[in-house]
Design a binder for this molecule. Structure first.
Ligand code: PML
Length: 237
């Protein structure tokens, strides 16, 4: 199996990214699809596109996806209350939740932020953040999501990320799309992947926060988690 990753930017600003894990015979068609995606993103035409193809030598973890539920909200305020309720139910403190939204609303996040239960940011490089890589959604799951209207194309990538991070011990994930017009975000926990409509307004920035129960001094644990988030291969079915 091979991991394929695409990253597109303009003037050093991230425009879009995608990744998957495929068999040898699907490499070419996947690369073509990713090139098309890079050049047809509503956030702009890139001046730099990076495509990386790597053989996966590690064992791949095959995992069932978190259950998906959509919660319809009419306004950003209502949506954020729903998101906060879910985060509170996982033991997150009010000030930490507030900090999480503040980080996302500031914008320009390239990767996710790791926030611990005391509200300390644990990612070693705030500019870069943490990237969840080496993941893919099975063809069956993609089809199920789209055919049954459980979610959208964006849900396909996001459910793989959310299922992987929760499996690796992240308590909850809060995500808003960096796509300027995509306003549905989500909160993921062990109990499911909650899509929340209108979690941001059109034009607002996006970002990802991983809430973790790790002390800020526990460097070994932080490094292990980042290594696994970035490199441990998962296929979500
Ligand atoms: C992103 O743009 O990558 C975030 C996607 C959020 C998807 C929410 C949904 O399931 O619709």
């Amino acid at each position: 199996m091979y991991s394929i990753k695409m990253r597109a930017s303009k003037n050093d600003r991230h425009i879009s990214g995608a990744e998957t894990i495929v068999k040898r015979e699907s490499i070419e068609s996947t690369v073509n699809k990713f090139i098309k995606r890079a050049f047809s993103h509503e956030n702009g035409i890139p001046d730099f596109v990076n495509i990386k193809i790597e053989e996966i030598k590690e064992d791949i973890t095959y995992l069932d996806h978190l259950s998906i539920k959509t919660i319809d909200c009419k306004t950003k305020e209502e949506a954020r209350e729903v998101a906060k309720d879910i985060l509170r139910s996982q033991g997150m403190r009010e000030d930490v939740i507030k900090e999480a939204f503040k980080i996302i609303d500031k914008g320009n996040m390239r990767g996710a932020s790791l926030l611990n239960l005391e509200g300390y940011r644990l990612e070693p490089n705030r500019e870069r953040g943490v990237r969840v890589k080496c993941i893919s959604t099975s063809e069956e799951l993609k089809e199920k999501i789209l055919k049954n209207n459980i979610g959208t194309e964006r849900t396909i990538d996001a459910i793989a990320i959310a299922t992987k991070v929760i499996d690796l011990g992240v308590i909850a994930e809060l995500c808003l799309s960096d796509n300027l017009t995509y306003t549905t975000g989500y909160v993921a926990t062990r109990s499911g992947y909650y899509r929340i409509t209108n979690l941001k307004n059109k034009g607002d920035p996006g970002g990802r926060i991983f809430f973790v129960d790790i002390n800020k001094g526990d460097i070994e644990k932080i490094e292990r988690l980042i290594r696994d988030l970035e490199n441990k291969p998962y296929i979500i079915k």
